[in-house]
Design a binder for this molecule. Structure first.
Ligand SMILES: NC(=O)c1ccc[n+]([C@@H]2O[C@H](COP(=O)([O-])OP(=O)(O)OC[C@H]3O[C@@H](n4cnc5c(N)ncnc54)[C@H](O)[C@@H]3O)[C@@H](O)[C@H]2O)c1
Ligand SMILES: [Zn+2]
Length: 359
């Protein structure tokens, strides 16, 4: 399947393209046969914005689900498919995913197998959605507690980015997107890392911030274009995620407070940069710089990590191959290797970098 035909940006222009898509006869879009998938928050905050730009969408059908990761399961899919049936959706239907990564993941998945595949458009409304989840044609749902275990590769017709949606996004949700943006710089573009370093979150409504979002999208897009099915290069996007995901699941399963994805992977990136310094040629100065910048995202520190439990989680990570825990490690800021194996002792040692007394 083709990659995104177009990446659209900067608000007004994006809506112009969206209109062109709808009203170009060639695409055979019937607004009455169009379905907008939202969650409670995006129904409230984002749907009115979309409708204010394209009023004819008032005639489409809105399918609303609850908000949050817990909705990303097969039962919610069934609910959406049933709604599509009720409104007589067919193979010419169009689904518009208006929401964060949960909506674009589940909506893309639902579209990919409904009647063997109908068209969809992504309109991400969270920062993480814009710079990460909506790019790269991975769709999916969780199988109980196993994240993204069921899914497809399936590409949207269009990707519409309107950074105005971010105005209502809670601050903590911004952090998750920011962490992925830092990651994009670290793994593939040193200049972008330098620009990110200079731009704290308080600039988020300024044009500069829009530019950073755009750059970040281009970086991810370039990587996934070269390796759409994650046979090799695309794995660099997992930098920080081997340890980050383990921390996320660990905190989810324990009585401790949940760890935000962005915070978990920032911690993961600190640990994995340490490992990169130890065995992959990353310089100590680069490591120190990464740690100091990412610590400002993490803010909090962890204590009393049960290392055995973390290892258990990492050993069951679906990214593993041949029973080995796989890492993507930095060589330099802007250059990343993948399929790296790391001795257990070093993984353990890296956790010291995020423990209370050390941060
Ligand atoms: N497919 C991929 O390649 C890929 C990549 C990274 C992440 N993901 C997935 O993305 C998901 C996380 O995405 P997320 O962080 O966007 O979570 P999310 O979709 O749950 O959104 C976070 C919260 O913000 C609310 N919200 C969304 N837009 C808003 C707005 N404009 N104003 C106010 N509130 C708003 C949502 O209702 C939700 O409560 C995870 O399930 C993850 O697995 C997928
Ligand atoms: Zn991530």
């Amino acid at each position: 399947m083709d990659h995104h035909r177009k990446i659209l940006f900067f608000n007004e222009e994006a809506y112009k393209e969206l209109k062109n898509y709808f009203f170009n006869n060639k695409n055979q879009v019937d607004i009455k046969n169009t379905f907008i998938l939202v969650d409670y928050c995006t129904y409230k905050h984002c749907l009115p914005i979309l409708l204010s730009h394209i009023s004819s969408l008032e005639e489409s059908h809105v399918i609303k689900i609850s908000s949050g990761e817990k909705e990303k399961n097969i039962y919610t899919c069934i609910q959406i498919w049933k709604n599509l049936e009720i409104f007589k959706a067919n193979r010419k239907s169009l689904i518009i995913n208006l929401g964060g990564g949960v909506i674009t993941d589940i909506g893309g998945f639902v579209a990919s197998i409904f009647k063997r595949g109908v068209r969809f458009i992504n309109i991400p409304t969270t920062l993480l959605g814009m710079v990460d989840a909506s790019i790269g044609c991975k769709t999916g749902i969780n199988l109980e507690s196993i994240k993204n275990e069921i899914g497809t590769f399936y590409c949207p017709e269009l990707l519409i980015i309107d950074t105005n949606f971010l105005k209502t996004l809670p601050e903590k949700e911004m952090i998750s997107g920011m962490a992925e943006m830092f990651k994009h710089g670290l793994i593939a573009d040193k200049n972008f890392w330098m620009d990110m370093k200079k731009n704290p979150m308080k600039n988020k409504y300024k044009n500069q911030w829009n530019h950073l979002i755009y750059q970040s999208i281009l970086i991810k897009n370039k990587i996934v274009k070269k390796d759409p099915k994650e046979k090799g290069l695309r794995k660099i996007l997992n930098f920080g995620h081997t340890i980050g995901h383990a921390l996320e699941s660990y905190f989810m399963n324990s009585k401790k407070e949940k760890l935000l994805h962005g915070i978990a992977i920032s911690m993961g990136m600190i640990c994995e940069s340490w490992i990169s310094y130890k065995i992959n040629g990353l310089s100590i100065d680069d490591f120190k710089e990464i740690k100091s910048i990412l610590s400002s995202v993490v803010l909090e520190k962890v204590s009393n990590l049960e290392i055995d439990k973390l290892f258990f989680i990492m050993e069951h990570d679906k990214k593993n191959e041949k029973n080995k825990i796989q890492f993507s490690l930095l060589k330099k800021i802007g250059i990343c290797s993948y399929n790296c194996q790391v001795p257990y002792s070093l993984i353990k040692e890296s956790f010291l970098q995020i423990q209370k007394s050390k941060l």
